[in-house]
Ligand binder design. Sequence first.
Ligand SMILES: [Zn+2]
Ligand SMILES: [Zn+2]
Length: 330
Amino acid sequence: MFVPPNECLQPHDAVDVHMHTLASDGDWTPQELVDHLAEREFRVIAVCDHDTMRSVDEVIERAQPRGMIVVPGIEVTTEWDRRQWHLLVYNVDMELPRSQRFRQLITEQDDNLRAAAERAIELVENQGKQLKSLDEVVAGRPLLPVHVLRTLIKDGHATNLMTAHRLVINAGEDLKVDTPLDVTVAAAREAGGICIVAHPGRDDGGGLMSEEQLDRMLKIAAIDGLEGHYRSYSDTDTTKYRSMAIDRGLVVSCGSDSHAPGHPVNPKPHAARWVAPFLRRLGFSVEPFRGASWTPGAPDAAEIKASLPEKHVTVSDTAAGVLQPLRARS
Ligand SMILES: [Zn+2]
Ligand SMILES: [Zn+2]
């Protein structure tokens, strides 16, 4: 297990379990990201690169000596109900025999991404558009569709990711690589993974997740929770997605989806109490606390710490029942 036995978090410990590195479309190196998080006293972190766990081992290696606990994570591109859904999967040890099906699914997804990128290169070059900066953009990493799009921009064939994507689509490659949601969730759960629907309240063209849609989704895939705290949410959005999850016995997770320093945002110090049932599902315990887990306007971990008289606070309130009890998995 990655969580040390009896690891107990304070309610105000800083948590961000959705960040990207240069293993996918982020620009954080594991070293830069860990330095940034350690300086700000984060306690529980996870990188969830798109369809790969390539950065996870290095992040663990660098973060552990600095007092942070790294949850292994990945953001899998899935398809259901005629649109893509990003599925965050936590806690999978790819080395274990039970992870065989999930490992195979990710390997296939990885191969398909590379094949789509190679087809895109051939098609745009056939149109006479040379990708001179491709090697520079790829920088020794495995080739991904996003590298082709960035090269198209860098070499002056497109102005942004959307127009670059449009250009590739018009050339005959839509770059859509995904795995059915139900297949992904089944394989992830077999591997011991915890499955969270990423940013249900971010509209990427397919609309926001509705209650009716979540109920239908739960009939075909045993997801564990929703990302209820996200960089682009208002407090109203967070209230809505927290309720949608909690009303159905699902857990709530939190993520900044930071891809690079300040881009689109820096990692965010969500307070452990906001997502205590999720953290317990991962194997942590969280010190009991008074009051609701989260309310609109609740201070984040950094704001709580700044308001404390001393750096280390003993929690005197041990009243039972203040933590949301986890309901049994269906
Ligand atoms: Zn995403
Ligand atoms: Zn993401």
